[in-house]
Design a protein around this ligand. Sequence first.
Ligand code: MSK
Length: 632
Amino acid sequence: MSEFRLITPEETAAATAVLMETAVKVGADSYTYRLKNQTPHCKFGEQGICCKICTMGPCRITAKAPRGICGCDAHGIVGRNYLRFTAGGSATHSDHGRSICETLYHANPDGPYKVKDPEKLIRIAHEWGVETEGKDIYDLAHEMAYLAMGEYGKVFGYQNFLKRAPKHTQELWQKADIAPRAIDREVSCAMHMTHMGCSSKAEALIKQSLRCGLSDGWGGSMAGTEFSDVLFGTPKPVETEANLGVMKAENVNIVVHGHDPSLSEMICELAEDPEMIALAKEQGAKGITVSGVCCTSNEVAMRRGIPMAGNFLQQENVILTGACEVIVVDVQCIFPALGPLSKCFHTKFVTTSPIAQMPDSEYIEFDVESADEKAKQIVTMAIMNFKNRKPELVNIPQLKQKATVGYSVEAIKKTLDTVTNSHVDQLNTLKPLIECVKSGVLRGAVAMVGCNNPRVRPDTAHIALMRKLLENDIIIVASGCSAQAAAKAGLMDKRAKDLCGAGLRRVCELADIPPVLHMGSCVDISRMMVLVSDLSKDSEDGWQISQLPVVGCAPEWMSEKAVSIGNYVVATGLDTFLGVLPDVTGSSEVMDLLTNRVSDWVEAKYTFETDPDKLVDAMIERIEEKRTALGI
Ligand code: MSK
């Protein structure tokens, strides 16, 4: 076995710098150049005190002009902007969830989409009170998909999945009046509240932000995760690799990017088809390599072991290798820059969703009925494009690491079963994990999530934080681009246990796990909500979620979705630490609500800290405070 060492963010940055030389050669720009052009950023925007919701303005708050034309003050403007930001994120995740439900509705034993995890489907049906006895599994799938789509517009009541939360958490939501109703209603309500002449009271706007976030995490995202598992299989540990070096110069390279696994699953299937591989060989390639970027990558890595080329800020790099035949995208987190950039190379940039249409792309609309046909068209396009490569531009940085990924809640419980010495009452529970936390072998856990952001050198905060947490015996569950940062660096290689404190190292050895557990994509943060709920329910001491020595962290976040996530993580009872400031600093009241007063409603709050050293110390301190409060 070769000697293990981490790939540092500096090494990845050096590889990117070499790719930038290619960019200069072909006349392409990149986000680093565009960032320079956009700096300094607008101070009014950064503080959230620019109001553009009617045409009397735009109004900007200053000491001389403390109110907008309508009379709204900074607190109302910042609160409204924050709620609209949340609504954008909630809508995006939830609409992704809806299309997964639509795919499930069309699942067919003879079609491209099948039910791969019938047990999970039956389990969810029982949770929702649906009779399953004697039903054909596909009839049940269609019934459940229909019901799940109904959650988006249900007339009365709250989200079905809320019942998964501990009773105490459900009561807090009811008491604070933030239990989410229909998913679409919470987004509509947010837009209504923020229309000119509606809410300008910060407290009401922040409350709705929590509710709208909850409709995502315990509604749309949870549907996306759960029904993706039903369709494509519930993830279990699988070996893969990460970083740009997973692309192969001798192969046809297809990069999948975005979030919705429906398309990428089909592309992966087709790329394994002997007929397609034979065609690739005819064209002079040795085979076909599919790799991924962003959360589509997480989805197919978790279920198929498809390698991860990179995270958000590496999307341009895959084209700059000169070895990408097709980059095919579905929805979310896709740079419009990929269009013009691909034109500087032989790369075909293929957009597939009416939700994400971009100039300079080839649009091949993807739909459930013709999924296999469209996937074949795209894979064939990639193969036939291999001969158009410009060999002088091909440069794949030889950086890659091994990673074990696929830790769904089900997989974590199964893994724990292997170390329980067969105590029957501990099987299929999180009790062994709770024992480790109680004894102090593990001090706690951090849910590391979120994006990269050019405001932070890519991955530096993710990796620095993770390393210190691991040294302090704090286990990490990760998703989204944070998970990919860990995988690229090598923190999902089981050998990374050597970087941990003695306690965590022992746990990794016993359970045969890496110290950073890959839990999936952005929507899969809903898995983390189920995990903490089950930890609370499995705790014999009656620990509530907010008492667990567990916190959430997004050190390099950038998107509206991240704010929606932050809101539901806090509202579920986990203190959440952000390394990039949201645009709320222009209102002392909104700042106070988010970092202090929300804890009166949900027993958790935000901490904003842009210095990674201080951020990680604050997390460790919070975890230790929680341990002390529990008397452990
Ligand atoms: S892809 S939302 S950059 S985590 Fe889910 Fe990554 Fe953030 Fe997109």
